[in-house]
Design a protein around this ligand. Sequence first.
Ligand code: FCB
Length: 467
Amino acid sequence: MTTLALHNATASEVAFPPTFRWGAATAAYQIEGAADEDGRTPSIWDTFSRTPGKVRNGDTGDIAADHYHCMREDVAIMAALGLTDYRFSVSWPRVQPGGRGPASQKGLDFYRALVDELLAKGIRPVLTLYHWDLPQELEDAGGWPQRDTAQRFADYTALVAEALGDRVHTWTTLNEPWCAAFLGYAEGVHAPGRTEPEAALRAAHHLNLAHGLAVDVLREQAHPSAEVSLTLNLAAVRPLSDSPTDTDAARRIDALANRIFLDPVFHGRYPQDLRADTAKLTDWSFVQDGDLPIISRPIDSLGINYYSPTMIAAGSHPLPSPWPAAQEHVRFVPAPGPRTAMDWPVDADGLHELLTRLRDELPDTPLLITENGAAYDDYADPTGAVHDPERITYLRSHLQAVHRAMAAGADVRGYFLWSLLDNFEWAYGYSKRFGIVHVDFATQRRTPKDSALWYADVVAQGRLPHD
Ligand code: FCB
């Protein structure tokens, strides 16, 4: 069907199927603020951001974009942009303070109101259950390296599904478990800031298990037509050369970034080479009988977050590294070309490579681009306008790449731009702006940037405007 719709467009047009989902994405800790309102307890990100030296300028998510109080205005902005879908995350400690026991009705009320507001405006809610804000008490009990955390996540999922199961269209269990496991527990640049490579591998497995347990809960409690999904930040892995050492370095990173999630979720096994590569650290006995069938429960779509490709050569990576047991074998080579304000290379071909790989490896799994976008140093000029031509160029090239992949048979159903609003960019605090809507954090004034107006046009037309 996709191919037919694309085929009907004239050759020069980059037109998407009429059913294509056009969205934007956010995450709770990055936008909500209201950190201690209505019974919310601290998450690992509250603790981490308050630890001196962990987040640039000592920024925290205490106020962020104050979305907790500006929610209706923000949904009105989405409606004005014509978005068909909105991807947001639920703050675990807001709806289940402390990570155990009953739900906070006030916490759930916020998300009930958000979902109702979205539905009233004809916008499909795409709910992520875990975008990194683990309740601090669960980290105190061991965090993701502790098996029980997966069960706690299943219980939390049941509370959210009970409250919103009848109204949420798409459920994403986890956002980027790679970051949660490896940036959080191996490199320590994300919360909870631990540098324990073996614990990071355990964390990855327990995140996978948490995903599978949550899928079972959602199948039981969410609406039968609900779509159940998982979002991964798969690496578009490129070896620097075809030498055996460079290709082996790329294989190691492919195992630790991609196949550590794809293989258990879609094939019910962990890769043999990953087990062998990490044998010095662990015997993987934390994988218990019966875990893999749970992890590999069928899901309805896979979410992909993509920003830039990963170029790899043989070498070594400094410690602490997010790559357990691989750091003595790999080095990351800066890709050429233009950069964003994150110093990330702009390279849309990487997205095309990923999508065509998934077309080949998971031909029956519909794909969603659940994040894609760029930070630039944009500002409101004296007239109040925010001109961000580089972001438009970035978005255009990546949407072209999505379109090319679809024309080549990749089953991509939608695109969510990161991000709707400027927000708290994790360890970078407020220094990096990813929004298509500018936020003046001192006044909480929202101003759509030029890229927002451009995107609204794309959504309305279902195609990219001519240059
Ligand atoms: C992704 C995160 C998202 C945002 C973007 C820039 O890794 O999922 O929250 O920070 O990067």
